[in-house]
Design a protein around this ligand. Structure first.
Ligand code: GDP
Length: 440
């Protein structure tokens, strides 16, 4: 996500680092590079120009040059400006009404259907809603099927009328059906075209007018850069939508859409899509995104994901095992499974401050744990619970069984040993102190 932009901004700030004393010229040079980075990320020229002009004005206003750490202050000013550019505060969805009606708009292929499913699933689990998904694409039977497949995967009912060719009627009937059957959330997925056209706009405007949704969301593929911004404008002119959903942020996007949409349509980005699976949805936090863009990581999101996977009961059991010296490879495996549930590795590493930059040339495989798992699966249950049993003969057998080398087995044994020792230490009398030292 935004790797190139992050790297270029980092380079821009580097101009300041090499100098003992910073001059106005250095600052101007830095801001020129910042502007170039934004333009390369496909941010609209005027937005990029205004952006740097505002940072420069603030820098002058705050006497950047006379402060103790001008470089850091400038980074902060750029961060604040990025946050503003992306919308400032977090914007939630309007969940009033019973049922709450949410209308999805956007071009074909933007990720509308996938996102309708993600949102239904998200509001079902987070807000305890009972959602009904509605298929309003009367042109592509495949689109209706797709929504049914999505609905099935998240256990959400899908309303469709195969024979009916009037989307307004389908949407109205669906809302009646929801009321009669106790659904308190209706998400209407509409037909999109490959490009903006009048007929599509008329149709969605009619649906919009007829059902008066509590929330209208515009879904857009973030990889389409400036096009995304133009499409957003066209839809907003007709629908006056409430918020934007940026999909495919897991891809190699340059970031232009995320950085420009708010200033062009003056509507907040509310959600982002970060993958094809149903749980690849996140609320959009401008401040966290700015941190990520500046390579400062996103510790808050990381902790939130960890907490979502955290099981108190399991943690207590684990603590007991550690105290009794019974921590084994099965527990190690369980820990790996938990980490894997938090998301793909690249995404997680992007949330650790500085890590993205440090690891940018390393190819991180999503199956980073594959070898470790294979090695552990090749151990006997006895070996897993009592790792001290594993001698050279056994190591050779395990390496063979897992298709790895004995060095890899040795390495894992060593890691395991260190981890066990560390866990033991955390439990001991000095543990609290140590946790404090580590910022815990
Ligand atoms: P629609 O035509 O707007 O309904 O778009 P779809 O929901 O059918 O999505 C089009 C394609 O994009 C599908 O292959 C989806 O799996 C994929 N897709 C949707 N959202 C995301 C996302 O956030 N990340 C990635 N990588 N793919 C996505």
């Amino acid at each position: 996500m935004f790797d190139n932009l992050s790297e270029k901004l980092d380079k821009a700030f580097h101009i300041l680092k090499g100098h003992g004393k910073i001059t106005e010229i250095n600052v101007a040079e830095t801001l020129k590079e910042v502007r170039r980075a934004l333009l390369d990320a496909d941010v609209n020229f005027k937005i990029a120009k205004d952006f740097t002009a505002r940072v420069r004005d603030k820098a002058i206003g705050q006497n950047v040059l006379t402060t103790l750490q001008p470089g850091q202050l400038l980074v902060k000013l750029v961060k604040d400006e990025l946050v503003d550019l992306m919308g400032g505060d977090v914007a939630g969805v309007n969940l009033s009404g019973n049922p709450t009606v949410i209308l999805m708009s956007g071009l074909q292929g933007s990720g509308k259907t996938t996102f309708s499913g993600k949102l239904a699933n998200y509001l079902k689990t987070k807000k305890n809603k009972k959602p009904l998904l509605v298929a309003c694409d009367i042109y592509r039977p495949a689109a209706i099927n797709q929504l049914h497949v999505v609905g099935k995967s998240i256990d959400v009912e899908v309303y469709s009328e195969i024979e009916n060719k009037n989307p307004v009627e389908i949407a109205q009937n669906a809302i009646k059906y929801a009321k009669a059957n106790g659904f308190n959330l209706v998400i209407v997925d509409t037909a999109g075209r490959l490009a903006v056209d009048e007929e599509m706009m008329d149709e969605i405007a009619r649906v919009h007018q007829a059902i008066q949704p509590h929330e209208t969301l515009f879904v857009v593929d973030s990889m389409t850069g400036q096009d995304a911004v133009n499409t957003a404008k066209a839809f907003n002119d007709r629908l006056n939508f409430d918020g934007v959903v940026l999909t495919k942020l897991d891809g190699d996007t340059r970031g232009g859409a995320a950085l420009s949409i708010k200033s062009v349509v003056n509507k907040p980005i509310k959600f982002i899509g970060t993958g094809e699976k149903m749980d690849a949805i996140d609320a959009f936090y401008p401040s966290r995104m700015a941190d990520r863009i500046l390579g400062m990581g996103d510790v808050v999101s990381l902790v939130e994901r960890a907490q979502a996977q955290f099981d108190e009961e399991e943690a207590r059991k684990l603590q007991k095992k550690i105290a009794k010296n019974q921590f084994g490879f099965d527990d190690f495996l369980a820990q790996i499974q938990q980490v894997k549930k938090m998301g793909n590795m690249k995404d997680l590493i992007g949330m650790i401050p500085g890590a993205s930059k440090a690891m940018k040339d390393i190819d991180i495989q999503d199956d980073a744990f594959k070898h470790i798992e294979a090695i552990i699966y090749s151990m006997t249950p006895e070996e897993r619970s009592k790792p001290t049993l594993i001698d050279t003969r056994r190591k050779n057998r395990i390496a063979k069984g897992s298709g790895t080398k004995i060095e890899q087995v040795n390495q894992l044994m060593k890691q395991f040993d260190q981890m066990s020792k560390m866990m033991k230490m955390m439990q001991g009398p000095g543990g609290k102190q140590m946790m404090k030292m580590m910022g815990g």
